[in-house]
Design a protein around this ligand. Structure first.
Ligand SMILES: Cc1cc2nc3c(=O)[nH]c(=O)nc-3n(C[C@H](O)[C@H](O)[C@H](O)COP(=O)(O)OP(=O)(O)OC[C@H]3O[C@@H](n4cnc5c(N)ncnc54)[C@H](O)[C@@H]3O)c2cc1C
Length: 469
C-alpha cells in the first residue's frame, strides 16, 4: 500500500546513536530527504560522510508527504523571472527538473516500485487567459511538457463544478514517499555514509578549517557541516531557523470507497489546486489520500481530519459520506520568498532547507548541488544567491503567516465561489437566451402562419385567380 505513512518504520529508530568521537570530511545535520540526498551524493563522489539525525530517518515531512513529484518550485514562474531574470530563472528551472529526474531514477531501482504518471494543477477560478500565458511560459520558454485542459475535460476527469481549467503535467509522477526516504538511507549506507539516529546536534563551532560538532554523547570533527534540519534545527542554527516559517500540513487517508470513487474521479495522477489548498490522489485503487489544512503551530491531526472530510464533501458531494482511516501531519519550513535555501553560509558551513510544500524534486536538486559544490567545486548553487536568508518574523511572523495563509485561502475560496456563481449565472443567461430565441421563433412561425392564412383568404376573396390583384 502506498497510502498511510503511519505505523511504519518511519516512527522508530533502527540505527544506533553516536557514542564515540569521529573524524570525517562532511557532517550532515538532519536525516530527511535533503540531508540524505546530500550525504549519498557526497559519498558517491568519494567523501567520508557522517549523517546525524536527532530522531529517526523520515519521521517528519520526508516520511509523511503525498509523494507527488512536480517540475519547478513552489513559486509562480512569473515571480521567479521577475526576481532573477529570464535566463537565471530558466537555469533554476532546469536544476529542479534534474531533481525530479533524480527521484525517478532512484525510485525506479526500488524492487516493486510503481510510478503513477501525471499531475493536474486545477484552477478554482475561471481564468483561461492566465492559463494560456502560463502554458506558454512553461511549455515554450522553460521546455516543460504541459497541456492545457478545458473545463469539459477537467470535469470529465473530476466530477465537480469546483474546478475550471487545468494544466496537465504528463511527466509529473507519484511515488511512495516513505519508501523513497528509506531507499535513500539504504543507498547512502551502501555508499559508505555512517548514519546515526537519536543523535541531535546541540552545538557547532564552525570556525577554522576543522569544524566541531557536539552531540549529547560524542563529538565530531569535519571540514564541512551541512545544515539540513528544516525548521527543527534549533540551537546549532538559531539564526537560520528564524528565517523559516514552520508550517504544519495535515493529511488523511480515507477508508476504501469502492465503486463510488470511480464515479467521482477518473484521473489517476495527483491533483492540486492553483492555490495549494487541496492536494489529493487515489491510492490502493479506491482510497483517497488527501492533504489540505495548514497551521503555523502543531495541531491535532484527528481534529484536522474532520476538516479534510468536509473539504472532500464540499468538492465531491457525489461521493457521499467518506470515512477517514488515518490522519497525520508533517512540518515544513517556508521561506519568505518561497524558494529553498541552498548554499554556503561561510567557508565550510552549508545550508539545505526551506523546501516548503514542494520538497521532493527540490531536495534532490539541492542535495546534489551542495555535494557537487563541496566535492567538485561546482558553483551553480550561486543561482540561489538572490534568495537571501530573510528573517521570517519570529512568533509574530507565525501569526502573520497564519493570517495571510487563511486570508489568501479564504480569498481564493471566495474567488472560486464567484467563478461558480458566474458560471451558474452564465448558464441561466444562456437558458434565458435560448428561451427568448424559442419564443421569437414561435412568434415568427405564428406570424408566418397568420400571413399565409391572410394571403390565402385574400386569394380566395379574389376568386382564386393568380395575379388577380
Ligand atoms: C503532509 C505533507 C505533504 C507533502 N506532500 C508533498 C508532495 O506531494 N510533494 C512534494 O514535493 N513535497 C511534499 N511535501 C513537502 C516535503 O515533504 C518536504 O519539503 C521535505 O520532506 C523536506 O525535507 P527536509 O529534509 O528538508 O526536512 P525534514 O523531513 O523535516 O528532515 C529534517 C530532519 O532533520 C532532523 N534535525 C533537525 N535538527 C536537527 C539537529 N539539530 N540534529 C540532528 N537532526 C536534526 C529532523 O529530526 C528531521 O528528521 C509535503 C509535506 C507535508 C507535511
Amino acid at each position: 500500500m502506498d497510502g498511510s505513512p503511519q505505523n511504519s518504520s518511519t516512527d522508530v529508530s533502527i540505527r544506533e546513536r553516536l557514542t564515540f568521537d569521529l573524524d570525517v570530511d562532511i557532517c550532515v545535520v538532519g536525516g530527511g530527504l535533503a540531508g540524505l540526498t546530500m550525504a549519498l551524493e557526497a559519498a558517491r563522489m568519494g567523501a567520508s560522510v557522517a549523517l546525524l539525525e536527532g530522531r529517526n530517518i523520515g519521521w517528519n515531512a520526508s516520511g509523511h508527504n503525498l509523494g507527488t513529484v512536480m517540475p519547478g518550485y513552489g513559486v509562480a514562474v512569473s515571480g521567479l523571472i521577475e526576481r532573477v531574470g529570464f535566463e537565471n530563472a530558466r537555469a533554476l528551472w532546469s536544476l529542479a527538473q534534474e531533481g525530479a529526474d533524480y527521484v525517478r531514477a532512484t525510485v525506479s531501482g526500488t524492487p516493486g516500485a510503481a510510478l503513477n504518471e501525471g499531475a493536474l494543477e486545477v484552477s478554482k477560478v475561471d481564468a483561461g487567459d492566465e492559463l494560456i500565458s502560463r502554458l506558454q511560459t512553461l511549455g515554450e520558454d522553460f521546455g516543460t511538457e504541459v497541456e492545457g485542459w478545458q473545463i469539459d475535460r477537467v470535469r470529465e476527469a473530476l466530477k465537480t463544478d469546483r474546478y475550471f481549467h487545468a494544466i496537465h503535467f504528463p511527466k509529473a509522477f507519484q511515488i511512495d514517499g516513505r519508501q523513497y526516504v528509506h531507499r535513500l538511507a539504504a543507498l547512502a549506507e551502501d555508499a559508505g555514509v555512517r548514519i546515526f539516529e537519536d543523535t541531535p546536534v546541540v552545538s557547532i563551532d564552525p570556525a577554522g578549517i576543522r569544524k566541531r560538532v557536539a552531540t549529547p554523547s560524542a563529538k565530531l570533527r569535519c571540514s564541512h557541516i551541512v545544515f539540513a534540519g528544516n525548521a527543527h534545527l534549533g540551537a546549532p542554527g538559531r539564526r537560520l531557523t528564524a528565517t523559516l516559517l514552520p508550517t504544519w500540513r495535515y493529511a488523511a487517508l480515507t477508508e476504501p470507497l469502492g465503486e463510488r470513487l470511480a464515479g467521482a474521479i477518473t484521473f489517476r495522477g495527483s491533483v492540486a489546486d492553483t492555490h495549494d489548498i487541496d492536494h489529493f490522489r487515489i491510492v490502493d485503487g479506491d482510497r483517497l489520500l488527501w492533504s489540505s489544512p495548514e497551521t503555523t503551530w502543531q495541531g491535532d491531526p484527528q481534529r484536522y481530519a474532520k476538516r479534510i472530510q468536509s473539504r472532500i464533501a464540499a468538492i465531491f458531494p457525489n461521493l457521499g459520506p467518506v470515512r477517514i482511516a488515518d490522519a497525520w501531519s508533517g512540518m515544513f519550513g517556508q521561506t519568505v520568498h518561497g524558494m529553498p535555501q541552498v548554499g554556503e553560509l561561510q567557508p565550510g558551513l552549508w545550508v539545505l532547507s526551506g523546501f516548503g510544500r514542494q520538497g521532493l524534486n527540490t531536495t534532490a536538486m539541492g542535495g546534489q548541488l551542495v555535494a557537487r559544490a563541496i566535492q567538485q567545486g561546482d558553483d551553480r548553487w550561486r543561482l540561489f544567491s538572490p534568495f537571501e536568508l530573510v528573517w521570517a518574523g519570529g512568533s509574530a511572523g507565525r501569526i502573520a503567516g497564519q493570517v495571510v495563509g487563511v486570508w489568501s485561502r479564504g480569498h481564493s475560496a471566495a474567488a472560486g465561489a464567484l467563478s461558480r456563481f458566474r458560471e451558474r449565472a452564465r448558464g441561466r443567461e444562456q437558458a434565458q437566451e435560448r428561451a427568448r430565441e424559442a419564443r421569437m421563433a414561435a412568434a415568427k412561425a405564428q406570424a408566418r402562419a397568420a400571413g399565409q392564412r391572410t394571403a390565402m383568404s385574400r386569394h380566395e376573396d379574389n376568386g382564386g385567380s393568380a395575379g388577380g390583384a
